[in-house]
Design a protein. Structure first.
Length: 88
C-alpha cells in the first residue's frame, strides 16, 4: 500500500475590520515577507504624514512582526488620520 503525497496547505488569511469615526478598514493578514499595501498602494505612498505611517505600523513594531506578515488593506471614508487609526 502506498501513501498519498502530502499536500501543501497554505495558511488561511486572517481577516479583520477596523473603524474610527467614519473610516472603515478591511484588513487581510498573511504570513509573508513584510509587504504592506493600502488600497493597492505602498503604505508610505498612501499615508503621507509621518504620524500616520507610525500609527499604522505601531502594532507590528510592538510585536516585532513587521517582516513576517504581508498586510493588504481596503480603507474608505474619513480623513487620513481616521483611516490610519482604523487600519491600526
Amino acid at each position: 500500500m502506498t501513501q498519498a503525497p502530502s499536500e501543501i496547505v497554505k495558511p488561511a488569511p486572517i481577516w479583520g475590520t477596523g473603524r474610527r469615526k467614519t473610516a472603515i478598514a478591511r484588513v487581510r493578514i498573511l504570513p509573508g515577507s513584510g509587504k504592506f499595501l493600502v488600497n493597492d498602494r505602498e503604505v508610505d505612498q498612501y499615508f503621507t504624514e509621518d504620524k500616520d505611517r507610525q500609527s499604522v505600523r505601531s502594532p507590528l513594531a510592538a510585536t516585532s512582526q513587521a517582516a513576517t506578515y504581508d498586510i493588504f488593506v481596503r480603507v474608505q471614508g474619513g480623513g487620513p488620520t481616521g483611516q490610519a487609526d482604523a487600519v491600526k
